[in-house]
Design a protein around this ligand. Structure first.
Ligand code: PAF
Length: 282
């Protein structure tokens, strides 16, 4: 496995891999890998001849410096996992390598940037859109793989790829969960034991909502109030938002849930913000 600290080395590594005429899949990550990332890598390995991974904690997508500083990191462990997973090359840049000191350009998906999670984390999706555009330009993969857990992030990435004519196929991979239903996330290690015990309440509320929406004429307003009530009783849960949106456009929905919709949750446990989502089909 080739470890590439510079853009040039990574681009050259991908070009070398392409020499056999095979396809290249890119899995962008911020490291501290868990089973969710390994599932993205396995999905890429099944779909592409070669899989390459970026490992970069992107400072421009963190509004709060403490959140950036506290983001868990374990590069030696990550590299061992990537090697064992059969990854061909890893991009491991420093922030100085990634961003020109006089960088002027940002990528913004205008309607999706400041709503939902973007309202809770101002600037977050501009940072994500900018770094993902850069990663796609640097690696020029055939396909790029992202978790569906970050539903709005996936929508942002699909939008920028469409709007900027980036020649890549974006693949959304289903959420991987712990046995008790908690969606896997690098942030989970920062939960206190009590909050970790409460956190499966998100998935439990989504399971209930999926069933309810599948066989009743419940309205988006009632569904969202009932989900909020279910999560709010979990010890330490501070519900930041429960949104029910059109599954494709993320436009807000009101009245009876009559078309494929996505429920988007953001719940704070102490300093840790957890998100989860579920597409429901009435
Ligand atoms: O989902 C993530 O880990 C990050 O937002 C991403 C896509 C790697 C961009 O930094």
């Amino acid at each position: 496995m080739q470890i590439c600290p510079t853009k040039t080395e990574f681009r050259d590594a991908v070009a070398n891999l392409r020499r056999d005429g095979g396809s290249v899949g890119l899995v962008p990550t911020m490291g501290y890998l868990h089973e969710g990332h390994l599932t993205l890598i396995r999905t890429s390995s099944e779909a592409c001849t070669h899989t390459v991974v970026s490992l970069f904690v992107n400072p421009t997508q963190f509004g709060d410096p403490a959140d950036l500083e506290n983001y868990p990191r374990d590069t030696p462990r990550d590299l061992a996992l990537l090697e064992a997973a059969g990854v061909a090359a890893v991009f491991l840049p420093s922030p100085e390598e990634m961003y020109h000191p006089e960088a002027q350009t940002i990528v913004e998906t205008v309607d999706l940037a400041d709503v939902l999670m973007g309202a809770l984390r101002p600037g977050h999706f501009r940072g994500v859109a900018t770094v993902v555009t850069k990663l796609l330009n640097i690696a020029q993969p055939d396909r790029a793989f992202f978790g569906r857990k970050d539903y709005q992030q996936l929508a942002v990435i699909r939008t920028l790829v469409r709007d900027l004519d980036i020649p890549v196929e974006v693949i959304g991979v289903p959420t991987v969960r712990e046995p008790d239903g908690l969606a896997m996330s690098s942030r989970n290690v920062r939960l206190t034991p009590a909050h970790r015990a409460s956190a499966p309440a998100l998935n439990a509320a989504l399971d209930w909502a999926e069933l309810e929406a599948s066989h009743t004429a419940i309205s988006a307003e009632e569904l969202s109030a009932a989900i909020l009530a279910r999560i709010a009783v979990a010890d330490g849960a501070e519900v930041q938002s429960v949104d029910i949106r059109d599954a494709d456009t993320l436009a807000p929905l009101t009245g009876p849930v009559t078309r494929p919709s996505v429920i988007l949750l953001a719940v704070r446990f102490g300093t840790v913000l957890l998100i989860d989502q579920r597409v429901v089909t009435p």
